[in-house]
Design a protein around this ligand. Structure first.
Ligand SMILES: N[C@@H](CCC(=O)N[C@@H](CS)C(=O)NCC(=O)O)C(=O)O
Length: 347
C-alpha cells in the first residue's frame, strides 16, 4: 500500500513536470509556427474560397460575405484581434488544393471535404468540421425523376477535382446503372451546362446546389432531390505539418461552437463577463490563466463572439431562416440540441 502510494506520488510529480514542459513548448511554438510567422510578417491571412451565395461571395462593394468567410474573419481575430486582416481569393476546386500546397493560401475555407486520401496522400490537415453536408443531385424537373437511380442513361455535370466527381461514379457502379459524366472545372460553366440543357443534372454538395439553383435563369425548372449520395464533412484545410497553425484554426472554430453551447451571443457576451462560472471566466478570458498558458490572447474567444458571433449566429445570418437559402440547422447544431457540433473543453 505504502509502496503503491509513493509510486503514485512519484508518477504524479513526473507527469506534472512533463505537462509543464509540454505547456512551455506549445506556448513557445505559438510564436514559432512557420505559417503563423509568415502570416504575421505579411500582416494578413490568405484564404482560398469558392463563390456560392451564403457561403462565400463578394457583395456589391467587393467585400466578401458568407458562412465560411465569417470563420476566416474569426481566425483573423485569433491571430491579430482584427477581423479585417484576412484576404479572400476565389480558386476552383481543381486548383485550390495545389495552391494551398504551394503556399499561395494559408488555409482553404471553401467547402473542402475531409477525406483520408487528402490527409495521407495529398498531405493536408483539417480543422473541425464547420458544416455537415452530403452530395445531392439537382435535376431538370421535366425529367420527372424522384431518385438518383432513375437517372439511368442521364448526362450529369460534375466539377473536376471534387469528391462529387468520384462519388457519382461510385453511385452508378453500385446501382448498376449507366450515366455520362460531363466534367467541368469552372463554376460559371458548371451552372451554364444545366441552364443550357447540355446536361440533365448537376451533382455536388447539396447545400452548394441549393445555393447555385438560385442563380439559374429559371430556378423553378429544377429540383434538388432529397437523396444524399455521400457524407461531405466540410472543414478548414491547411498544409500538414504545422501543428500550431492547426490548433489556432481548431480552437477558433471551437470558440464559436462553445459560445453557442454556453448561450453566449454577440449581443449578450458582455453580460457574461460578470459570470461566476469558472468555465465561462476561462472561456472569455476574465480569468486570463488559460490564454496565457496556451500562448493566445486570453480574450480571443470573447473577441470572436463580440465581432462575428457564435456558430448559430454565423449559420443563421448567412444561410439560415430568413436568408434566401433558408437552411435548417440539421446536423449543424450543438450536440446538446441533437446535432453533431461538439467543442472539447476550454481548460
Ligand atoms: N466538398 C467537395 C466539393 C467542394 C466544392 O466544389 N465546393 C463548392 C462550394 S461549397 C465550390 O467550391 N464550388 C466552386 C465555386 O464555388 O467556385 C470537395 O471537397 O471536393
Amino acid at each position: 500500500m505504502q509502496r503503491t502510494s509513493t509510486h503514485r506520488k512519484l508518477f504524479t510529480k513526473a507527469f506534472a513536470a512533463t505537462a509543464a514542459l509540454a505547456a512551455g513548448l506549445i506556448a513557445t511554438s505559438a510564436l514559432a509556427g512557420e505559417t503563423l510567422d509568415k502570416i504575421k510578417a505579411r500582416g494578413v491571412i490568405k484564404v482560398g474560397v469558392g463563390t456560392t451565395p451564403g457561403f462565400f461571395s463578394p457583395d456589391s462593394n467587393g467585400r466578401w460575405q458568407g458562412f465560411f468567410v465569417d470563420f476566416g474573419r474569426a481566425i483573423a481575430i485569433t491571430v491579430f484581434n482584427d477581423a479585417e486582416k484576412v484576404e479572400f481569393t476565389n480558386s476552383s476546386p481543381q486548383q485550390r488544393l495545389p495552391a494551398l500546397q504551394s503556399g499561395e493560401f494559408d488555409i482553404l475555407l471553401s467547402g473542402v471535404t475531409q477525406t483520408v486520401s487528402r490527409a495521407f496522400k495529398l498531405g493536408f490537415h483539417f480543422g473541425p468540421v464547420v458544416f455537415y453536408d452530403g452530395q445531392g443531385l439537382l435535376v431538370r424537373k421535366d425529367l420527372g425523376v424522384a431518385k438518383g437511380e432513375e437517372l439511368d442513361g442521364a448526362t450529369i455535370g460534375v466539377q473536376s477535382g471534387t469528391t462529387g466527381e468520384l462519388n457519382i461514379a461510385d453511385f452508378f457502379r453500385k446501382t448498376g446503372k449507366a450515366f455520362t459524366p460531363v466534367t467541368i472545372e469552372e463554376t460559371g460553366e458548371f451552372l451554364k451546362a444545366l441552364d443550357s440543357g447540355r446536361v440533365d443534372a448537376l451533382t455536388q454538395d447539396a447545400t452548394d446546389l441549393a445555393a447555385k439553383r438560385t442563380q439559374l435563369s429559371k430556378p423553378d425548372d429544377y429540383v434538388l432531390l432529397p437523396e444524399r449520395l455521400s457524407k461531405e464533412p466540410l472543414a478548414p484545410a491547411i498544409r500538414a505539418g504545422d501543428d500550431q497553425w492547426l490548433e489556432i484554426v481548431n480552437w477558433t472554430v471551437y470558440a464559436t461552437i462553445q459560445a453557442e453551447e454556453f448561450g453566449i451571443t454577440k449581443e449578450n457576451v458582455d453580460t457574461f463577463l460578470a459570470s461566476e462560472d469558472p468555465a465561462i471566466k476561462r472561456f472569455l478570458g476574465v480569468d486570463p490563466s488559460l490564454g496565457e498558458a496556451i500562448g493566445l490572447d486570453p480574450k480571443f474567444a470573447y473577441n470572436i463572439v463580440k465581432t462575428v458571433g457564435n456558430y448559430g449566429e454565423i449559420f443563421e445570418r448567412n444561410v439560415g431562416k430568413g436568408t434566401p437559402l433558408n437552411f435548417e440547422r440539421g446536423y449543424n447544431q450543438p450536440w446538446t440540441a441533437g446535432g453533431l457540433l461538439y467543442s472539447p473543453p476550454f481548460r
